[in-house]
Design a protein around this ligand. Structure first.
Ligand code: GLV
Ligand code: MN
Ligand code: MN
Length: 399
C-alpha cells in the first residue's frame, strides 16, 4: 500500500478543531488510535509487533536480532501540528516494506519499523522521550515523574496504556538489535525546494534545550491595584520573550523561542500570581548554547528583581549537537544518485540514537517550508519518491 494511501487512512485521527491541524499526544486517544492502527497494519503484513519497555512500538520483518536495519519515526504531534511530521516516516517505512516484498526481496538482515513514543514532548515536555529512555539518556525516575498539563504523570499515562512503568529505562536488548537506523522525515524548511530536490540526506542537528521559567509575584485586582504597587510576574515573562529574540538574533545560526506562556490563574482582570514560560533554545555548537541561555536568563532575572518577583528556572531537556555517521551518509548519498545533504534545526529520534548506532536521516521536500503547523506539506509525488528512496536504502543495508 502506498505511503499516500496510508496517510489517507489516518487523515481524520486527532484533528484539532480548536487549534487547527492535528493534536496527537503520547498515550492520548488519538495517539492510541494511531498505535492500534499501526499494529493492525503490521499484522496485515505478517510483521511481529511488540511494545518495548519504554512504550516504543516495533514491527519486525524477520526474527529480531542484532544487526537489524531499523526505520520509522513517531506518530505523536505538537499541539495543532501538521500531517507529516512523524507519520510520514512511519507510512513510508510500511510502503517500503510492501514494495520490497512485491519485488520478491529477501532481506539478509532483519528489518524493523519502529514508532517512538513522545518525540515532540508535546504532552510531558521532554522531546524524544521514548528514544532517550531506550538509550539511557533520560533517567527512568525523572521520566516517571513528568507531568502533563492536567497533572497526570508519565508513569500513570503509561500504566493506563498497559505499559509497566517499573520497567522504564535503558533497554540494552532493544538497543543491541539495531545495526543501523534510518529515519525518513518531511523537511522542516525550504532548503530542498530551493535546490529542486525531492529527497535529501541529513548532516547535522543543532544542540537543543528546553527551560521552564516560573515567575511568581502577587496576584491582585486589575482595577484597584495602583501601577506602582504591583508585583506582576507578566513583566519579567515579557522581558524573557523579548530577550530570547534579541539574544538569539545576535548569535550566528541560533534560535530562541517562547512558544508557551501560561499565566496563573489566567483572568483578564487579574494580575497573575505566577507565569510559566518555556524557552526553546538551539544553536550549532554545544559551547554556545548554555552561555546564550545564561544571557537570556540573566535579563529575565533582572526584570523579575525590578518587579519584586521571584523566578525559578528548570532545565527540562538538553541534547548536544549531532553529526550523523559520515560514512553511512556518503553511502546513502551515492546510492540515491547524489542527492543533496542538508543540516537541520529540528530534533529527531535518529539524533538521539546516533550516539549509540550508525544513524541517518532522509528528508522529503516540503514546498511551504513550514512545519509544526497545519501548513506543513509534501506533494504526493514527493511522498512516493521518498518511500521509494527508503526502500532502496533498506534493500541496500539489509543485503
Ligand atoms: C521536534 O520536531 C523539535 O525539533 O522540537
Ligand atoms: Mn516535530
Ligand atoms: Mn518529527
Amino acid at each position: 500500500m502506498s505511503a499516500v494511501s496510508l496517510l489517507g487512512e489516518i487523515t481524520e485521527v486527532g484533528r484539532d478543531g480548536r487549534r487547527g491541524g492535528y493534536s496527537r499526544h503520547v498515550f492520548d486517544r488519538a495517539e492510541g488510535e494511531l498505535r492500534t492502527w499501526f499494529a493492525e497494519q503490521a499484522r496485515r503484513r505478517g510483521l511481529d509487533v511488540e511494545t518495548d519497555r519504554n512504550g516504543n512500538m516495533w514491527a519486525w520483518w524477520g526474527t529480531p536480532d542484532a544487526g537489524a536495519v531499523v526505520t520509522g519515526s513517531h506518530l505523536d504531534s505538537v499541539p495543532g501540528g501538521g500531517a507529516f511530521d512523524g507519520p510520514l516516516g512511519v507510512v513510508s517505512a510500511l510502503d517500503a516494506v510492501d514494495s520490497l516484498r512485491t519485488q520478491g526481496f529477501q532481506p539478509r538482515r532483519p528489518i524493523a519499523v519502529v514508532v517512538f513514543a513522545e518525540e515532540e514532548g508535546g504532552r510531558f515536555g521532554v522531546p524524544c522521550l521514548g528514544s532517550r529512555l531506550l538509550t539511557g539518556q533520560l533517567d527512568a525516575d525523572k521520566a516517571r515523574a513528568l507531568r502533563d498539563p492536567d497533572g497526570v504523570t508519565f508513569a500513570e499515562a503509561a500504566a493506563r496504556a498497559g505499559i509497566d512503568h517499573e520497567r522504564f529505562g535503558r533497554d540494552d536488548e532493544s538497543l543491541s538489535r539495531i545495526g543501523t537506523f534510518v529515519e525518513l522525515h518531511v523537511e522542516q524548511g525550504q532548503g530542498m525546494f530551493a535546490l529542486d530536490a525531492p529527497v535529501a540526506v541529513g548532516s547535522t542537528v543543532l544542540a537543543h534545550g528546553r527551560w521552564r521559567f516560573t515567575f511568581t509575584g502577587q496576584g491582585n485586582h486589575a482595577g484597584t491595584t495602583l501601577m506602582a504597587d504591583r508585583r506582576d510576574p507578566m513583566l519579567p515573562a515579557a522581558s524573557l520573550v523579548t530577550a530570547a529574540r534579541r539574544i538569539g538574533s545576535k548569535i550566528e545560526g541560533a534560535r530562541a523561542t517562547v512558544g508557551r506562556l501560561v499565566p496563573r490563574p489566567g483572568g483578564t482582570n487579574v494580575i497573575p500570581t505566577a507565569v510559566d514560560v518555556w524557552l526553546d533554545a538551539r544553536v550549532g555548537s554545544n559551547e554556545c548554547l548554555l552561555p546564550m541561555v545564561g544571557e537570556i536568563a540573566g535579563i529575565a532575572e533582572a526584570a523579575a528583581a525590578r518587579e519584586g518577583c521571584a523566578v525559578r528556572i528548570a532545565k527540562e531537556s538538553y541534547g548536544g549537537e549531532v553529526s550523523f555517521d559520515g560514512s553511512l551518509r556518503e553511502e546513502l548519498v551515492s546510492l540515491l544518485g547524489g542527492v543533496p545533504v542538508l543540516p537541520t534545526g529540528a530534533g529527531h529520534d535518529a539524533a538521539i540514537l546516533s550516539t549509540h548506532v550508525p544513524a541517518a536521516m532522509l528528508y522529503v521536500r516540503n514546498p511551504t517550508g513550514v512545519s509544526h503547523s497545519p501548513e506543513e506539506f509534501a506533494e504526493d509525488d514527493d511522498v512516493l519518491r521518498g518511500a521509494e528512496a527508503l526502500a532502496r536504502v533498506l534493500e541496500h543495508l539489509s543485503t
